[in-house]
Ligand binder design. Structure first.
Ligand code: FMN
Length: 337
């Protein structure tokens, strides 16, 4: 029995229910193209494309299409605290639609305006959620599917395990994709067997030939075990999964007292969140491109999830997609009658 044909593959017209999730600052056009070329789907992170890799968005999307003329997605982070940022996101969505992108992954906030903009063009919108409450809000905004971010995910992890979150999200009438903790083909097949319509991976795709991150960062992912992943509040103000480095050991994982106080204040919290967003964008970009976060003097952070446990080499992104697909195919390593 194949596990590869799911509601996700049917909606997106792809062969393998495997998404390379958006990653600021790790998603570069070559990585997106490699995953889509192999039959999965890569998701563009517009800020990473523009501010980390220096591409104009439209040119970057065209570069991807020259490498692989296959479906791709784009991430839309809906952060309402800045009108200017929101306006820019609207422009990015317009450009993406014009360039043929038909899959959008929204995070935070109300996805309604994205659905209204892209659905008439045949666009499909999936919303990142960590619990049922956010799923219901996303569905009220008209989304077509959910990405269930669990407690093992890279980036901003959720509070629940993949199994519990799947149960929580039952009965909502849309496909649910598993995000978090998938490092090898075994993990992928397990997620499909739970009943997920697909999987979104981040960390696994950093340790690839195509990802533009520094070789030290990729090597640190290969070397790490799940116990090396900690959640820190010190980068973005909310728990972010990072590799434990000498700096993390030294400085701890809790936000400082002043930041905590500012984050609590009704007026100051927006200001503090903006400060975190700008500072973390700069910090994470430098860390991903420069390497060296393991040096005792470094103050850099490397983001990664507990899926590091199953990652044992740096390899081409397409080889990962093909190995995972083979494992979930009839006669594959995990095929059951
Ligand atoms: C370095 C890194 C950066 C990420 N940046 C984003 C982002 O910009 N937007 C987003 O929606 N998710 C982001 N994520 C989450 C991923 O898209 C994906 O859901 C997650 O990595 C899945 O967990 P895994 O790393 O265990 O595979 C990021 C994850 C990582 C590891």
């Amino acid at each position: 029995m194949t596990l590869l044909k799911t509601a996700l593959t049917a909606q997106l017209n792809i062969e393998v229910p495997l998404i390379c999730g958006a990653m600021y600052p790790c998603t570069n056009p070559e990585l997106v193209a490699a995953v889509s070329a192999a039959g999965g789907i890569g998701v563009v992170q517009p800020l990473s494309m523009i501010y980390v890799y220096g591409h104009d968005l439209r040119e970057g999307l065209r570069l991807i299409r020259r490498i692989a003329d296959k479906p791709i997605g784009m991430n839309v982070l809906i952060e309402r605290s800045s009108a200017r940022y929101l306006e820019r996101m609207r422009q990015y969505v317009d450009i993406a639609v014009e360039e043929g992108v038909r899959f959008f992954v929204t995070s935070l906030g109300n996805p309604r305006w994205v659905v209204d903009r892209v659905a008439p063009e045949g666009g499909i919108v999936y919303h990142d959620v960590t619990e049922r409450k956010w799923a219901e809000k996303g569905l009220a905004g008209g989304v077509h599917g959910l990405i269930a971010v669990n407690d093992r995910a890279g980036g901003h992890a959720g509070p629940y395990s993949a199994e519990r979150l799947f149960e929580q999200l039952q009965g909502l009438g849309v496909p649910v994709v598993c995000a978090g903790g998938i490092g090898n083909a075994d993990d992928f097949v397990r997620a499909l067997r739970i009943g997920y319509a697909g999987a979104q991976l981040g960390t696994r795709f950093i340790a690839t030939d195509e990802c533009g991150a520094h070789p030290d960062y990729k090597q640190a992912i290969v070397a790490a075990t799940e116990d090396d992943i900690v959640l820190t509040e010190r980068v973005t103000g909310v728990p972010l999964a990072v590799i434990r480095t000498p700096y993390v050991e030294r400085i701890g994982t809790k936000a400082g007292p002043v930041a905590r106080w500012l984050l609590r204040g009704r007026k100051t919290k927006h200001w503090m969140r903006m400060f975190y967003a700008l500072r973390s964008a700069w910090q994470l970009k430098r860390a991903s491109l420069a390497g060296g976060a393991r040096e005792p003097t470094s103050k850099d952070y490397w983001q990664a999830g507990k899926s590091v446990e199953g990652i044992d080499k740096i390899e081409p992104a397409g080889a990962i997609v093909r190995r995972f697909a083979a494992a979930a195919s009839p006669g594959g390593a995990f095929d059951l009658p």
